[in-house]
Design a protein around this ligand. Sequence first.
Ligand code: NAI
Ligand code: MG
Length: 377
Amino acid sequence: MKKYKIAVLPGDGIGIDVTNAAMKVLDTVGFSDVVEYTWGDIGWEFWKTEGNPLPDRTIELLKNSDCCLFSAITSKPKEEAQKELVPELQKKGIVYSSPIVKLRQLFDLYVNLRPCKAYPGNPLNFRDDLDLVVFRENTEGLYVGIEFHPVPEDVMNCLVENHPKAKRFAETDLNDIAISTRIFTRKGVQRILKASMDYAKEFDYPTVTVVEKPNVIRETSGLMIREARKLIQNYDGKELWETNIDAMCMWLVKNPQNYGVLVASNMFGDIVSDLCAQLVGGLGFACSGNIGESFAVFEPSHGSAPKYVGQNKVNPIAQILSAKMMLDWLGEKEMSNKIEDAVAAVIAEGKVRTYDMGGTSTTTEMADAICEKIKGM
Ligand code: NAI
Ligand code: MG
């Protein structure tokens, strides 16, 4: 029996090109020898033909796997999604919802880990000395999906009765108000904070920066800051820095080299991680992991980039570094280091560059160059 069972979900569009590239690298580093891969279905094709972009058989596959290497899916606005369903499924009231959000919630993958490290020689780097690691809460906050429009009367009455600031909305037509809730739980904030602080301890980052807005969003951001202040007491020698999301965006452009581990709720983490990713090369380099207690899904931050489908053109490094993160999570440090060193060496050399780096190399050429470096180690 092989050591690991891994589900591979390439998804749509360029997801397929970059997954093939990452698989080549995993083969070359010797990882594929110890793995049974099963390729699974996810994405637009399955929405159109089955009315479900995340079929039950894929969920079953994931339940029977150690972890998952995912790439990207296509999703479209509500009306377009309806139109593209096969005729048999039209007008049945089936509503599209994002399969990746569903996966995060279903498997309680509460950490969205996004390392943003500059590899020297990348012409897209803002600076060469950046090493930012974003911990984004992945299951609650503003993306929890509890929203109202029109607002039910009971909900509005409850707000008006319970909160003095809701009174000024009491007379507004319920069709003319929309409410999206931002829900934090103590358990939710504690576990993302703990994950970020454990990481700072393990990898020797001196600071953990909480990125919230407690001066305005007093209850939710406030809960997070209060818990952070308590928790940091368990981490001798680590400093807790507190910044507001707006100021943080400014600081990250001004002196990003001052920061290390960042931790934020779902939406602020989403925002700040895109900013951090762009400082070190953008979507072609942005890798991520959705991590829970016993399961994880690794994926690049980019989408299916329909513009580049079938052109073998996009940068596979984000997917390759996501595969590297998977090896870290599985404890395969030696292979993981080889992949990272090979990526760093190809970038430093500067001979093979995809279009986003100002070059003309293909997806395959980039993967091959990384494989050659691994073979030479
Ligand atoms: P996108 O990330 O697919 O592409 C935006 C642009 O970024 C591309 O046109 C390209 O210029 C660049 N880019 C993306 N990946 C790249 C790579 N590996 N190398 C070089 N350049 C790269 O975002 P877009 O166009 O907004 O969305 C396209 C589709 O992807 C939509 O259907 C969207 O819903 C979906 N999407 C899926 C995500 C996921 O699977 N988690 C995340 C983001 C978008
Ligand atoms: Mg993705």
